[in-house]
Design a protein around this ligand. Structure first.
Ligand SMILES: [Zn+2]
Length: 130
């Protein structure tokens, strides 16, 4: 399903069609149609609302423009079918790995430094004793 509309102008025809598509999806998957998480920028998929209020918010405020897999609204997160989601996950994982490595490297450097200064201190002490 094409979700490009979530990044489009709220006054565009594509956006309008997209919102209708979203609300149709939501109304088919919602367990309680009066307690649907609103994916607008203000509510952030936290505050619940009805189809009506969500529609208002999506036109007045706008949908979160990264919300292209509707997992808060009953959609399964695709595992291998969507390359789009996969590559963005990969990027995040990759970034996280790099950060961990950087932190670990910095940590080791600190340990090495403090260890060498500790050894130096020990050596100084021992020369004092001897
Ligand atoms: Zn809202």
């Amino acid at each position: 399903m094409d979700r490009a509309w979530i990044k489009m102008d709220r006054r565009s025809h594509e956006y309008e069609v997209g919102v209708d598509m979203f609300l149709d999806f939501v109304s088919r998957h919602a367990s309680d149609p009066n307690q649907i998480r609103c994916p607008c920028l203000d509510c952030g998929n936290v505050k619940p609302g009805t189809i009506r209020t969500i529609k208002d918010h999506l036109f007045c405020i706008g949908i979160i423009n990264t919300y292209d897999v509707w997992y808060y609204h009953g959609e399964d997160v695709p595992s291998s079918s969507s390359t789009n989601v996969k590559s963005s996950n990969y990027k995040e994982d990759h970034f996280r790995d790099n950060t961990v490595e950087m932190v670990q490297a910095a940590h080791e450097l600190v340990i090495q430094k403090s260890l060498s200064s500790y050894l130096l201190m020990l050596r100084n002490q021992s020369t004092l004793v001897v």
